[in-house]
Design a protein around this ligand. Structure first.
Ligand code: ADE
Ligand code: ZN
Length: 346
């Protein structure tokens, strides 16, 4: 095991910034900053419900997941062309690279956009072109995970998957997002079985607002390889034991949990408890344009609130690579870069 040297508390934010990391839980539509949203609205002749960027940002106060999803959905109305999807993903990848994200697995959905009259092909082609460009421009590896919207039917999710198959080569996996409570994972058993048979990697949001039972069924019915959020697992000791034993990663999003009132304050966030219990937890930004920060702000604010150490920082960055779907050779290379950053930091 890599030996982490102690780091003074005032130097920790710099180490958190510098350390190479993977981001495994972010929705590209949730990275659409108000400035770009207004620019796209103007380019596409779409009316905005807010006067300006400040008025829009001022509306980003949420009571729960649903109140966020309503505003988030309204924001996607400005996306009309392949170039819009390219510009949005390119902006995220530039911002992530500045935070020393070296690998990103990016969530997107197509059902929102096909609901606005766009084609699945257009969405995937624009996002994928940005992933390819970012590798050359920023040296960041990036891949796409198509999320089904769980408030819609399984039949619609099956249609969504079929419509994406012509672009299969541009997709890494499938996930499950949107309103959780009342839409348990088992509602999507057949579509996940089909995606699995097609060789897609599988993830699902579970245990954000929903109960531990949703995490169990994401694992046992959908057979997902990672759980997105999963912070409610701590209420179920048998589930905690299962997650630790099988090394099922949780992609935790502390600022999202704070903004959506999943936890009342960052000081009460359970990230430290998850790590102490031996869970493969990672830190991610979820919807950074809406929740007040990209990945490094999630790290620095959470570390300050929970008084976490350089050892935790190393563990979280290591976990991000271990939990990623990259091949073993590239994984090893990223972990060597991580080790070198910690060795040379003083
Ligand atoms: N879609 C975008 N962000 C989400 C979240 N935090 N939970 C569920 N669905 C989402
Ligand atoms: Zn999410």
């Amino acid at each position: 095991m890599f030996k982490v040297k102690p780091v003074a508390a005032d130097r920790l934010p710099e180490l958190l910034r510098l350390m190479p990391k993977a981001e495994l839980h972010m929705h590209v539509e949730g990275s659409l900053e108000p400035e770009l949203m207004f620019a796209l609205a103007q380019r596409n002749g779409v009316a905005m419900a807010y006067r300006d960027v400040e008025a829009l940002r001022g509306a980003y106060v949420f009571d729960d997941l649903q109140s966020f999803l309503d505003i988030y959905h309204a924001g996607t109305l400005v996306l009309r062309t392949e170039q819009d999807f390219y510009d949005m993903a390119h902006a995220y990848l530039a911002r992530a690279a500045a935070d020393n994200v070296v690998h990103a697995e990016i969530f997107f959905d197509t059902q929102t956009h096909t609901g606005h009259g766009l084609s699945t092909d257009l969405v995937i082609k624009g996002l994928h072109r940005a992933c390819v460009a970012a590798q050359a421009e920023f040296g960041i590896s990036a891949a796409l995970i198509l999320c089904f919207l769980r408030h819609l039917s399984e039949h619609e999710a099956l249609e969504c998957l079929e419509q994406a198959l012509p672009q299969r080569d541009k997709l890494l996996g499938v996930g499950l997002a949107s309103s959780e409570v009342g839409h348990p994972p088992e509602k999507f058993a057949r579509v996940f079985a089909r995606a699995r048979a097609l060789g897609f990697r599988l993830v699902a949001h579970a245990g954000e607002e929903g109960p531990p039972a949703y995490i169990w069924s994401a694992l046992d019915v959908l057979k997902v390889e990672r759980i997105d959020h999963g912070v409610r697992a701590l209420r179920d000791p048998a589930l905690m034991a299962r997650l630790a034993r099988d090394r099922i990663p949780l992609t935790v999003c502390p600022l999202s949990n704070l903004k959506l009132r999943v936890c009342p304050t960052l000081a009460q966030h359970n990230l430290g408890h998850l790590l102490d219990a031996g869970i493969v937890a990672t830190v991610n930004s979820d919807d950074p344009a809406y929740f007040g920060g990209y990945i490094n702000q999630n790290f620095t604010q959470t570390f300050a609130a929970l008084d976490l150490s350089a050892q935790h920082a190393y563990q979280l960055a290591y976990n991000s690579f271990a939990a990623s779907f990259i091949d073993e050779t590239l994984k090893r290379r990223y972990i060597e870069r991580l080790n070198a950053t910690f060795e040379n930091f003083n």
